[in-house]
Design a protein around this ligand. Sequence first.
Ligand SMILES: C[S@@+](CC[C@H](N)C(=O)[O-])C[C@H]1O[C@@H](n2cnc3c(N)ncnc32)[C@H](O)[C@@H]1O
Length: 473
Amino acid sequence: MNSKSIIHKLPKIVKEGRKIAEEIINRPLDNTYFQREKIIPGGKEESINSGSFDGWINKFYYGDNLKVIESLLKEGYGGKIDLIYIDPPFLTKANYKGKIVLKKGKEEEVIEYFAYRDVWEEGLITYLKMLYVRIFLMRELLSHKGTIYVHLDYRTVHYVKILMDEIFGEENFLNEIIWAYKSGGVSHKYYSRKHDNILVYTKGKDYIFNPQLEKSYNRGLKPYRFKGVKEYKDEIGWYTLVNLKDVWQIDMVGRTSKERIGYDTQKPIKLLERIILTSSNEDSIVADFYAGSGTTGITAEMHKRKWIMADKGALSYTTINNRLMENQSSPYYIYKDPSNSKRAGKLNIKNIEIVKNEKGREELYIELGGYQLDIEKINIRERYRPKIEEVLNRNSLSLIDFIGIDMDYDGNNPLIHWQDYKDKDNMTIHPIIRLEIGNTDNRKIYIKYIDVFGQENSITYEVNDGRLGLYEY
Ligand SMILES: C[S@@+](CC[C@H](N)C(=O)[O-])C[C@H]1O[C@@H](n2cnc3c(N)ncnc32)[C@H](O)[C@@H]1O
């Protein structure tokens, strides 16, 4: 008997994991965990979600998901979430990246930036300890009709299955979905690995399950003409529609895919669509605590679900924020763990004043001078440093990913009505900002910006009797 085998370690992982989870549940909430701000993409309060969901606002947490789950539990979300999908690191012992496109003059520079690390000190043991506590607490968040999907691959799925049997009860194991895909790379020493495994557990027996249909091609691709069976034809041949099976053939987000945003482990919308449509309803809350590029929230919103997402990576933070902007998503809250926020760069405000516009109305006029950044503080490969230096010299504003303004800041929770951000068409934010200010009564103006490395900073100005002065930088 191999005493080093993982089977001997599992009881300890479970015992310790439960103890930690119970301590977390029982301790009082630490209110310093998250600072909140509200983003209103395009300044439009009205959108698919607002109004129809009793004032619900979607939530993105930028921080470790253990703290996020704890806060949600303590804020009363226990038993409220109908669907959780998670796609945690797979124990690949690799680092993952994302692509950042910078513009200097007419040319583009593409650099790779760290996204997340999938290396674990004691390998599988540390990995399973990390996951056990989190999945145990996620179960507490699930509603009685709730379902959890845990996306893994051959490296850990068999061990996580045992842990999940312990947490949810074997009787609540619903399926193992095989997501099969085509991807580059073949092996001559083993069968090429071309699938992921998704474990599905429900909280109980009364779970949401809206069967979805898929095409099933007829043998010989010819019509059967069975009585009472509806048949269809496409460019491949004749088929019927059947309830979805547990092996899903869906393309990965490939290099040429329109969906692709350059985040290494981005999952396809089609995959999330099946999960969300099957295991949630229109008013359900759908959560993803390893959000990455934000596919779950984007897909949930497409199908009028409420969403909660969390990720601790800086690249994920900027990727999700800009993806939501581009999508013209409903207003959402960003909850930030202050210990996660890094400040490195400074935006140079060349000129800021209140002027009268053509219509005779008071307007806030801002001219951005550029962005200063100490690249020594950025964790990036040496070979990219000269490229960033050049962009800093020639078009430093291309390093700003997002800029947002609260024209009437309450000093605590910014409400970002106005934004400019980098996207595929607009590779650099505009250096001139003009915003009607309404009136010039005493108020604070809060300007927040995030650079392409996920570092953010803010400047606050004060307007007193029509005069503008710097309040805080
Ligand atoms: C495989 S990726 C998720 C990809 C995502 N499904 C998508 O479609 O883009 C895993 C993510 O988990 C995040 N992550 C890892 N550990 C975390 C933790 N403890 N708390 C929050 N996020 C975490 C990483 O930053 C990474 O973005």
